[in-house]
Design a binder for this molecule. Sequence first.
Ligand code: MN
Ligand code: MN
Length: 460
Amino acid sequence: MERPNAWKTYKKADLKKVEQTAAEYRRFLDNGKTERECAAETVEMLEKAGYVSLKSAIEAGKKLKPGDKVYVNQMGKAVLIFLIGKKPLETGMNIVGAHIDSPRLDLKQNPLYEDNDFALADTHYYGGVKKYQWVARELALHGVVAKKDGSIIEIRIGEKEDDPVVGVTDLLIHLSQEQMKKTLGEAISGEKLDIMIGGKPLADAEKEPVKAGLLKILKDEYNIDEEDFLSAEIEAVPAGKARDFGLDRSMIMGYGHDDRVCAFAELAAILSIQGIPEYTCCGMLVDKEEIGSIGATGMQAKYFENAVAEILNLNGETNSIALRRTLQNSRMLSCDVSAGYDPLYGDAFEKKNAAFLGRGVCYNKFTGSRGKGGSNDANAEFIAKLRKIMDDNKVCFQTAELGRVDLGGGGTIAYICALYGMEVIDSGVAVLNMHAPMEIISKADLYEAVKAYKAFMLHA
Ligand code: MN
Ligand code: MN
């Protein structure tokens, strides 16, 4: 039952494609380090490929015919993609969905303060992080500042080679006797994750001269006033680009593989489809998965359902039963990263049912915790169909669960889409260091994921 290593199956031509895909993916990661940047990058790629916004199709009252390509940009933080197929929408869609938000440190709404000639910015971490991993390393600031006049100022500091970086400091080992006695979970508290941003006082400032100096820079270079932080979304993320990992360059280390690796794979898959597919293909790149899929850009919001209703409406299907049938008859891969087996922590896994880097795209019948709690448990019949699609299309795949029973757990967007009564299974790429500032994936698994998602959209 051991699954073969994908690398062993590759001929020269495959290896070339593996590297091409990896290079395109690294560029995608570097350009999109926040959900906003990732959504913008996605929309740019879609428009280049001839996709038009659903909004513009609605405004034009344009009927959608097979082969038409539309997208939905939800508040600049989530994107839905539709490639209209030959069969009526009511026969269901082939959906692949991933999320584009990643763990990070968000600046608070009133972030700035000065303490003994340093200026710092207070943060509130986003998603599940091991806090000790986020100190003593270079961070970049990405995000937007929304001004009262309606203008948006984009921030991206720390990525160019001559840009300054910022970061959270840590106590020197020499004075850490007390800190070192604490558990990993307690050693760094959430309120200690404050980012140091400056240390040069402004000469003629009356009070808080370092902070005043920084505010002057923000005003001069970006036209930002301190009060503008009230309506800003600024995320501190690991600075720098994704890089090849391993002396054999078999892997990629970068920030935000969870879950941009699956988002990229589904995007690459849908963009590679030539001609008109049988069933309508749908790609989802959604926000807020890491904090429970809530909010107007998360999977629990109704924009996906609304978009499908709009498409049906454009084609004269105004009956609500058509919408329900379309959703219920759909088939979906809920694409999210899997926990890759780590030889240093082998006892966290049950090896027969672990995901291994290099053994292809991963399918998780269930996720959840403590007795599959909170999990979508995919149907055996659907998995059998998937096995056939994967084998027919020569996709290397493996099946896995998150780790050892009773050790922990996690969730995805699968259960939310399953609410419509559609077939859903979790699928993804195995990751090492999941949720750490720098995560690791195998190039082979990325390549197999693109193949898998394309095969699914064309043949499910
Ligand atoms: Mn994820
Ligand atoms: Mn995650």
